[in-house]
Design a protein around this ligand. Structure first.
Ligand SMILES: Nc1ncnc2c1ncn2[C@@H]1O[C@H](COP(=O)(O)OP(=O)(O)OP(=O)(O)O)[C@@H](O)[C@H]1O
Ligand SMILES: [Mg+2]
Length: 373
């Protein structure tokens, strides 16, 4: 089978690493020939994933097509789907998720718990919602890695808001942020991975450190799983989905957002689970049976992020020391250039002992740094 991926970042790269186990010819479309996935696919096509003709021409000879980023030309995918190309996730699901306004509307329509919200067309609309603050303003389209998300605590912070179609969400008093990965095959059968628990770096708003399985009360896990499944069943799309959820201080569980693709919250599944998220998505694309999402051992992920004050050719400090640690797995994404906050790689730790995970995660955070020459 010929399988194509729109986007050639690290998620595409890890998907291709899993694809090497199967009887599949891989294609990647991306406009940067030095992207992390470029040299790992059979066929690299240089082009813009947002351009109708480029995406259509890329997809028309393929058996199956998937994405590693939502910002793609959905009209072209719709046409390809009509012509019989298997597009997982479906273009309809991508359309809902890639726009945060449509995504919030979808949760409301399907009675999926999510924070209360208003839609704003421009920054002046925020003045109508002073009583709704504190809230979080989110760009409808075009945000990534926390850019496009702005907390507005009170009237004096209104000027920080976006002057474009956005959602204004009630600010949740977060106790815990978790993510659940759900996969659905072509027959509508679903599996769910154990939850991952996240802590965010307040400076860049990027994932700082993650543990899985998350330590949750049984009731919280049930609620989270029910919500995650409801999202995927509502989208009615085969593929792999990451559902980010908030647990507040009352123990209420709400969906934050969904991604219709492999996700940074699932990197650990490469070493820590029987079937990784990447393996699982390939199985779905290739019409193979679903894999086993169960954790072999608990795990932690530390992201390798470009250090503040360094831009240019990346140099990794402390790498040898981390590579010498037991049950620690280093993934560098092959990005030549670093800049502050850029995701350059990640490290997965597996252990039956949560204290060992935390200890090693902290050690790695303080040892491994990305700078320049
Ligand atoms: N309603 C909310 N209440 C409180 N905090 C929130 C709310 N929405 C978002 N946040 C905080 O902001 C972070 C980023 O928000 P969100 O996940 O919607 O944006 P994003 O641009 O998709 O970011 P990323 O790409 O890092 O997932 C969340 O992980 C959470 O910590
Ligand atoms: Mg998010």
């Amino acid at each position: 089978m010929k399988v194509g991926i729109l986007g050639g970042g690290q998620l595409g790269r890890m998907l291709l690493q899993a694809a090497a186990n199967y009887d599949v010819t891989t294609f990647v479309l991306e406009n940067d020939p030095t992207c992390p996935a470029a040299h790992l696919c059979h066929n690299f096509v240089l082009g813009n994933i947002n351009d109708y003709d480029t995406v259509y021409n890329f997809g028309k000879h393929l058996d199956a097509l998937t994405i590693e980023i939502e910002a793609v030309n959905v009209d072209a995918l719709e046409q390809l789907e009509k012509e019989g190309v298997k597009v997982y996730p479906t273009p309809a699901a991508i359309r809902i998720i890639k726009n945060k306004i449509l995504q919030k509307q979808f949760y409301a329509d399907n009675e999926i718990p999510s924070s209360a919200f208003h839609i704003t067309q421009s920054s002046s609309d925020l003045l109508k919602h002073i009583d709704f603050l504190p809230a979080v303003h989110k760009l409808g389209e075009g945000g990534y890695d926390g850019k496009g998300v702005q907390v507005i605590n009170n009237e004096s912070e209104i000027e920080l808001g976006f002057n474009a179609p956005s959602v204004l969400e009630k600010k949740i008093n977060i106790q815990k942020e978790i993510a659940l990965i759900v996969a659905m095959d072509a027959n509508g059968k679903t599996i769910i991975y154990p939850p991952a628990e996240m802590i965010f770096d307040p400076v860049y708003n990027l994932l700082d450190y993650q543990l899985s399985p998350a330590k949750l009360e049984e009731k919280q896990l049930w609620k989270a799983e029910a919500i995650a499944r409801k999202v995927v069943n509502g989208l009615k799309s085969p593929g792999l989905f990451a559902i980010e959820l908030f647990i507040d201080h009352q123990g209420d569980v709400r969906v934050n957002e969904a991604a219709p693709r492999v996700h940074n919250s699932g990197h650990h599944t490469i070493e820590a689970n029987y079937s990784s998220q990447y393996d699982m998505l390939l199985r779905i694309l290739l019409n193979y049976p679903l894999g086993n999402p169960t954790a072999i051992l608990p795990s932690a992920i530390v992201n390798i992020i470009g250090a503040e004050g360094f831009s240019g050719d990346a140099v990794y400090e402390g790498l040898d020391e981390v590579l010498k640690m037991d049950n620690v797995f280093v993934h560098l994404y092959g990005k030549k250039q670093t800049k502050p906050g850029r995701k350059m790689g990640h490290v997965t730790i597996i252990s039956s002992d949560y204290q060992d995970l935390t200890h090693k995660a902290n050690k790695i955070k303080h040892t491994l740094k990305v700078g320049t020459k």
